[in-house]
Design a protein. Structure first.
Lengths: 358, 338
C-alpha cells in the first residue's frame, strides 16, 4: 500500500539513478540512520555496546570488504583474519608512534596499509583462480599471523607478545582504552560503518563494480570485451583489504583493547566472515549487514536459550553452535544461495504488489 | 661424513615421513575431486570424526553422553565394555559409509549442477557441522589412540631402535644414529599399500571403471547406465575410509584432538603442488611439502627467522609454485573457453 513506485516521477537523471528509488525505502533508510546516530547512543549501556553493537558494526565492515572481493569480484579469499591482523597491528604501531593524532586518521591509514598488503597477496590472482586462489590466500593468513607473532617490532617488544590499546581520543573524546564511554565507542564505529557502506554501495553500482561483476561472471569473456583483469582484480583486492583493515583496526583498538594475534585473528576469523557473507548474501551490501547481525546474534541467543534457560554447560552450547552454523550454511546454499538478502528482495517484491499476489 | 650433513639427512628422512602422512590426507581429497568435482574441505574433519568414533567405540563410550546428562540429569558415561580394535574399526567403517550416504542424500544431491565454488563452501559448512557433531558425540577432550589387533601387537610408538643402531657408526662421537618414528614407517607402508590398492581398484574393477567414467563426464556416464548416486556414495565412503586411516595414523602420533582437522589445511598445498586430479601427484606433492618444510625450518627457519615457519612454508611454496605452473605438477592442463 505504501511501498510502491506509483506516483513517483523522476525528472532528472540523478533522481532516476538513486540508491533507493522508492520513497518509502528512502524514508526508512533515513529513519534507520537517525536512530543509529541520534537515538541509540543515548540509550545504550556497556553490555549492549560490547556484546552486540560493536561486534555487529565491526563485522559488518569486514563483511562488506570480503563481499566486494568474493561476492562482487568472485575471488574467494580465506585470508580475512590475516588482513584484519594487518589493520590491527598497523593501527597499534600508529597509535604508539603518533599519540597526538586523532584516531580517525589512524584507522584510515591502517586501512590503507592493509590495502597495500592485500594487493601484494592479490597478485597471484592474476594467474590462478577458484580453489587454487582460496588456498593461496591461506598463505596470507598463516604467514601474516606468524609474522606478527614472531617479529617483536610489531608488538613493541612487549613481554607477553600481546598488543594493548593505549588511551587515544578523537575531537577530545576518549575512544580507546578502559575508560572509554560506551556511547563514544559506539558512535565512532557507527560512523565508520555508515561511511563504508555508502562508499561500497556506490562503488559496486558504478563502473568499477560492473567491471568486478564481469570478472566474477567469466573473466575471459570480460577480458575480451575490454575489462582489464589486472586493474579490476587488484582494485577489488585493494578496496576489500582496505575495509577489512579498517575493521581489524577497530576490532583491536575499540572493541577488544588487547589482542593476541593467533587467537583473535586466526583462521576461524576468516571462516566466520566468509560465513557472514554466505548467509547474508553474496554480492549484496545489505546482505553483509544481515549476515553480520545474524552471526553476532546467534551465539548470544544460543547462550540465553542453552545456558540460562535449559541449564546446559557452556561447552555443549559452543559445540551446538558449530553444528547449527554448519547446518545453516548448507541449508542456505541449497535453499537460497543468495542468502538473507534474497529473502529480503522477495519480501519487498511481495510488498510492492500487496494485497495482490501477482 | 660431517655431523651437520648427517643431521640434515635425518631431517630429510623425517620430512619424507611427514610428507607421507600429508599425502594420506591429500588422497581423500583427490578421490572425491576426481569423481565429483567437489573440493572436499571437510576431509580433515572427517579424519578427526573417524578417529574420535574409533576411540569412542573402543572405550565403549555412550554417544552424546554429555548432552544426555545435561538434559536429563543422568550420569551415563560408558557402556562398560571395551571393544576389540578390529570390531571397532569395522564399526567405524560402517559409520563412515553411513556418513557418506547422508552427505550424498542430504547435501550434494541438492547441489548438483551448482558452481564448484558453491560446492566448496558447502563442504566448509559440512566441516563445521561434523566438528560440532563429533564434539557433542564423544566430548572434546584430547584422547589417546592405541590400536591393537592382537595381544602385544599394537601400533608402534617411539623411535625405531633398529635404524638408530644401524646408523650409529656413520657419525662421530656425539652422533647416536638417525631418529625415525616407527609409527611413521608403518604409516609410509600403509600409505603405499593404500595407494596401490586404490589405483588397482580404479583401473581393474567394474566399479572403479564406473568411477573414472563419472569423473570424465557425468552425463555421458549417466547415459551408459552408471548410477551417479551409487558412485558418489562409493567415492565418499572410500574417502571416509582414507580419512579413517589418516585419522588413526595422526591420532596415534599426536593424540585425537581438534588440531587433527587442521592437517586438512596442510593437505591443500600438497594438492596444489601435485595437481588436484592425480593420485601420484598427491604422493609426490606430500613428499615435497614434507621434506621442504622440515628442511626449511632446520636450515633457515629456526636459525634465522625465529622458528615455527612450518605454519606457512607449505602455503608459500605452493603459492610461488602455482604462479609458474597453475595446474600443479601432474594436473590436467587447464583450458578455458568463453
Amino acid at each position: 500500500m505504501f511501498y510502491r513506485e506509483a506516483g513517483e516521477f523522476s525528472t532528472t537523471y540523478k533522481d532516476d539513478s538513486q540508491t533507493f528509488p522508492i520513497k518509502f525505502d528512502r524514508w526508512r533508510y533515513y529513519f534507520v540512520l537517525f536512530v543509529a546516530v541520534f537515538v541509540i547512543p543515548f540509550m545504550v549501556n556497556d553490555y549492549w555496546v560490547n556484546s552486540i553493537f560493536l561486534p555487529f558494526l565491526i563485522y559488518a565492515i569486514a563483511a562488506i570488504g570480503l563481499n566486494i572481493l568474493v561476492g562482487y569480484c568472485g575471488q574467494v579469499s580465506l585470508g580475512t583474519g590475516g588482513f584484519m591482523a594487518v589493520g590491527a597491528y598497523a593501527c597499534y604501531k600508529l597509535m604508539t608512534s603518533f599519540p597526538d593524532v586523532s584516531m580517525f586518521v589512524h584507522v584510515i591509514i591502517a586501512g590503507a596499509i592493509t590495502a597495500v598488503v592485500g594487493v601484494l597477496f592479490g597478485l597471484p590472482s592474476l594467474r590462478i583462480k577458484g580453489f587454487y586462489l582460496a588456498v593461496a590466500t591461506l598463505a596470507a593468513q598463516f604467514f601474516l599471523v606468524w609474522l606478527f607473532n614472531r617479529v617483536p617490532w610489531f608488538y613493541n617488544y612487549s613481554a607477553s607478545g600481546q598488543i594493548n590499546a593505549p588511551e587515544r581520543d578523537t575531537f577530545g573524546v576518549l575512544i580507546t582504552g578502559p575508560n572509554t564511554e560506551a556511547w563514544a565507542a559506539y558512535l565512532f564505529c557507527v560512523v565508520f560503518t555508515i561511511v563504508s557502506a555508502v562508499i561500497a554501495r556506490n562503488l559496486t553500482r558504478g563502473s568499477v563494480g560492473r567491471k568486478w561483476m564481469a570478472i566474477r561472471d567469466m573473466d575471459i569473456a570480460a577480458e575480451i570485451i575490454g575489462v582489464n583483469p589486472l586493474t579490476a582484480k587488484l582494485s577489488a583486492f585493494a578496496i576489500s583489504s582496505f575495509f577489512v583493515g579498517v575493521s581489524g583496526a577497530l576490532f583491536f583498538s575499540v572493541y577488544l583493547g588487547a589482542v593476541e594475534v593467533g587467537e583473535v585473528f586466526g583462521i576461524n576469523k576468516s571462516f566466520l566472515v566468509l560465513f557472514m557473507i554466505i548467509i547474508g548474501g553474496l554480492g549484496s551490501i545489505f546482505g553483509s549487514f544481515a549476515g553480520a547481525a545474524f552471526l553476532v546474534l546467534l551465539p548470544v541467543a544460543l547462550k540465553v536459550v542453552g545456558v540460562d534457560w535449559l541449564g546446559w554447560p557452556t561447552d555443549i552450547v559452543a559445540h551446538l553452535q558449530l553444528v547449527i552454523v554448519g547446518a545453516l550454511i548448507i541449508v542456505f546454499l541449497i535453499a537460497e544461495p543468495h542468502g538473507i538478502a534474497q529473502l529480503w528482495r522477495v519480501a519487498k517484491e511481495k510488498l510492492r504488489l500487496w494485497p495482490f499476489p501477482h | 661424513m660431517s655431523e651437520a650433513f648427517l643431521y640434515t639427512v635425518e631431517v630429510f628422512l623425517n620430512g619424507l615421513m611427514a610428507g607421507v602422512l600429508y599425502a594420506l590426507v591429500a588422497l581423500g581429497f583427490v578421490l572425491i575431486y576426481k569423481a565429483s568435482g567437489i573440493f572436499n574441505f571437510a576431509q580433515g574433519v572427517m579424519a578427526l570424526f573417524a578417529a574420535m568414533t574409533l576411540v569412542g567405540f573402543q572405550n565403549g563410550q555412550v554417544p552424546f553422553a554429555h548432552l544426555i546428562n545435561a538434559t536429563f540429569g543422568l550420569h551415563v558415561t560408558t557402556f562398560g565394555w571395551n571393544l576389540h580394535s578390529t570390531v571397532a574399526v569395522f564399526l567405524t567403517v560402517l559409520v563412515m559409509i553411513a556418513l557418506a550416504w547422508a552427505v550424498q542424500r542430504f547435501v550434494f544431491r541438492h547441489l548438483v549442477g551448482q558452481e564448484p565454488i558453491i560446492l566448496f563452501m558447502a563442504t566448509i559448512g559440512l566441516a563445521y557441522f561434523l566438528e560440532g557433531v563429533a564434539d557433542l558425540m564423544w566430548g572434546s577432550e584430547i584422547k589417546t589412540l592405541d590400536l591393537c589387533w592382537a595381544v602385544g601387537a599394537c601400533l608402534p610408538q617411539g623411535g625405531n631402535l633398529w635404524i638408530e643402531q644401524a646408523t650409529e657408526g656413520l657419525g662421530g662421537e656425539g652422533f647416536y644414529g638417525f631418529f625415525i618414528d616407527s609409527l611413521d614407517i608403518v604409516a609410509a607402508l600403509v600409505a603405499m599399500v593404500l595407494v596401490a590398492a586404490l589405483v588397482a581398484f580404479a583401473q581393474y574393477t567394474k566399479q572403479g571403471r564406473a568411477m573414472r567414467a563419472v569423473a570424465d563426464d557425468h552425463q555421458a556416464a549417466l547415459s551408459v547406465g552408471v548410477s551417479l548416486n551409487f558412485i558418489w556414495i562409493l567415492v565418499w565412503s572410500l574417502a571416509g575410509f582414507v580419512a579413517l586411516v589418516a585419522g588413526i595414523m595422526w591420532g596415534a602420533k599426536s593424540g585425537v584432538q581438534f588440531s587433527l582437522s587442521l592437517i586438512a589445511l596442510k593437505a591443500l598445498p600438497v594438492l596444489m603442488l601435485g595437481g588436484f586430479t592425480s593420485i601420484p601427484g598427491a604422493i609426490v606433492g606430500g613428499l615435497i611439502i614434507g621434506v621442504g618444510e622440515k628442511l626449511f625450518e632446520f636450515l633457515i627457519g629456526a636459525p634465522f627467522l625465529g622458528g615455527a615457519t612450518e605454519n606457512w612454508f607449505a602455503y608459500m611454496l605452493a603459492l610461488v609454485f602455482l604462479v609458474f605452473r597453475p595446474q600443479g605438477l601432474f594436473g590436467e592442463k587447464i583450458i578455458e573457453r568463453v
